[in-house]
Design a protein around this ligand. Structure first.
Ligand SMILES: [Zn+2]
Length: 259
């Protein structure tokens, strides 16, 4: 198996390869993996950076916004000289500079009901690095419907949370929160504010979950939601059980919310 890595790749991943339990096989699994990330912003920046650096072979980016000055307190893939440019191209430029051999697919579109299942069909697993409830719940419902593993992450002010959704093995987001908050009842990211270090932590943890799910290393966050409070520097673990009455993954007749 080592034959498929060049000398350069073996050197690039040297600090991974010597890790206990990692080795060439885990690195090959990462190289063969296809991971889709929704968003290249606060969560997507650290997550994608780490996924490219760790050696994921194929990354698909889904993004539609342009780089704005107010993004730059947290969205580390972008830079002042790229203001106004499509974020997806800015992200690709940064990731290719880090990993020239990276296979990138750029989808300049919103992750929406009419394309969600098609977009995730070709990936092994996907990451929700979006910044709004609609996309978050759509990602969850698409994961269950399309039977794809999803790494959920979200941030609110000084706090963040993360959980893996593995259909058939654990609960989904709606087992915990049956419905998104009613429109207008929660402030948007722009209204609420967010310091870069919160998505920095959560996005990086999302990348760790991706690596764990792909390689089988460690214990992924299935049925466990981690909540992070940056002001107290405190992580809490919430046990989440599958709710038999969950509208998308419960035992009752399936209600299709996607498509
Ligand atoms: Zn559920």
């Amino acid at each position: 198996m080592a034959a498929s890595f060049s000398e350069e790749q073996l050197e690039r991943y040297a600090r991974n390869l010597v890790l206990p339990g990692w080795g060439v096989e885990a690195q090959q699994n990462l190289q063969d993996a296809r991971v889709l990330v929704i968003g290249t912003g606060g969560l997507g920046s650290p997550c994608l950076f780490q996924l490219a650096a760790v050696g994921i072979g194929h990354l698909t980016l889904v993004e539609v916004d342009a780089v704005e000055l107010s993004n730059l307190n947290r969205q580390l893939l972008h830079s002042a000289e790229r203001l106004g440019q499509p974020k997806i191209r800015s992200a690709a430029q940064t990731l290719r500079a880090l990993r020239p051999d990276l296979d990138l697919t750029l989808i300049e579109a919103r992750f929406a009901k009419d394309n969600a299942l098609d977009l995730i069909a070709n990936c092994d697993l996907f990451v929700d690095a979006s910044d709004n409830y609609d996309t978050r719940f759509l990602a969850n419902d698409s994961a269950v419907e399309g039977k794809k593993r999803l790494v959920h992450g979200s941030v609110f002010r000084y706090e963040g949370q993360i959980m893996d959704i593995v259909p058939g093995k654990g609960p989904c987001l709606r087992c915990l929160y049956p419905e998104p908050p009613a429109p207008g009842t929660m402030p948007s990211g722009a209204e609420a504010g967010v310091p870069g270090f919160v998505p920095g932590v959560i996005g990086t943890l999302q990348a760790a979950e991706v690596v764990k799910l792909i390689t089988g290393l460690g214990e992924p966050l299935v049925g466990r939601m981690i909540v992070f409070d940056s002001l107290y520097t405190w992580f809490d673990e919430l046990k989440v059980e599958r709710n038999p009455e969950c509208k998308v993954c419960g035992d009752g007749p399936r209600i299709t919310t996607v498509g």
